[in-house]
Design a protein around this ligand. Structure first.
Ligand SMILES: [Zn+2]
Length: 311
């Protein structure tokens, strides 16, 4: 049994069929967590979809109207790079609800993970790059609206720059954004995050971890968030079809542990989302996501042990 809740809904699947985005991965992550005894059925919570009010704190009325009525233009759907369907809309609203719930649970017990979400390329007025609704921004705005938090940090380790995140929170002193990504890769342009780490092609574990650590140090020196949203992409993996970095599974697990260690040391609750992953073998993507959950479990257990020993 895990020391925190996992958030998952059967309808997270975007039903994309033979698409490069393996949206069945959410179900596979859940099944594998259960099969390996890392999680028990009672560790999972089922989210409600976000409300339209929640969505509209981030996205424009016109865009939301088009999504709800199926009246996006052909160009707008091409830019999303996922086919429009009612099921897709349901999955997007659910993923946003899942990230809200992850944020709420993280504030209560220190940790939570949405087995979905991390749709960091969605902008207020359009979707792109497989991302329709920016679940992490929706969750951040909801927690701020509820006065549960004032400040948040988004740490995004997907191989692709978090352009939607950067655009949404540009000029907003309450949300600190850090993106570590491959420079020569989608998206273009890359609007500035608070900290952007533009990596050269082929960056390996050693160099990646060193520069990530240096910048996490700076981020937590400059800013004291009340929650950290982690967008943990599986696509910096060296066998990713849409990524050009050279991280190993072990390096990716160390990356997760490093982020969680910084949050833990600064006593910042962590809400995890999964983001991208396009390995040749879907099983590899699933493994990388599972390793993120395991890294969070280990960090949470160490934290609990340290707290017990000091009382
Ligand atoms: Zn990505």
């Amino acid at each position: 049994m895990l020391p925190f809740k996992l958030i998952y809904h059967d309808h997270y699947d975007l039903h994309l069929g033979a698409h490069v985005f393996p949206s069945q991965k959410y179900r596979l992550v859940r099944e594998q967590l259960l099969a390996e005894g890392i999680a028990a059925p009672e560790d999972f919570l089922v989210p409600q979809p976000a409300t339209d009010d929640d969505i509209l704190r981030v996205h424009s009325q016109e865009y939301v109207y088009k999504l709800k009525t199926g009246t996006l233009s052909h160009t707008e759907i091409m830019r999303m790079e996922v086919p429009y369907s009612k099921e897709l809309m349901e999955a997007c609203w659910l993923a946003a609800g899942g990230s809200i719930l992850a944020g709420e649970r993280a504030l209560e017990v220190g940790w939570a993970a949405n087995i979905g979400g991390g749709f960091h390329h969605a902008y207020p007025d359009h979707g792109e790059g497989f991302c329709v609704i920016h679940d992490v921004a929706v969750a951040t705005r909801r927690l701020q609206f509820d006065r549960a938090i004032e400040t948040a940090m988004v740490v995004d380790t997907d191989v692709h720059h978090g352009n939607g995140t950067a655009a949404i929170f540009a000029g907003d002193g309450t949300v600190f954004t850090l993106s570590i990504h491959q420079e020569n890769n989608y998206p273009y342009p890359k609007p500035p995050s608070t900290i952007d780490i533009h990596l050269p092609d082929g960056t390996n574990d050693h160099d990646y971890l060193a520069i990530l650590e240096k910048n996490l140090h700076k981020a937590f020196h400059d800013f004291s968030p009340q929650i950290l949203f982690y967008i943990g992409g599986a696509d910096p993996y060296r066998e990713d079809q849409l990524g050009g970095l050279s991280l190993t599974m072990e390096g990716l697990a160390q990356r997760d542990a490093l982020v969680f260690d910084y949050a833990k040391r600064h006593k910042v609750p962590v809400a995890i989302t999964l983001a991208g992953g396009y390995a040749q073998r879907v099983a590899d993507t699933v493994r990388i996501h599972i390793n993120t959950i395991v890294a969070a479990r280990d960090a949470a257990q160490k934290q609990a042990a340290a707290e017990t020993s000091t009382h």
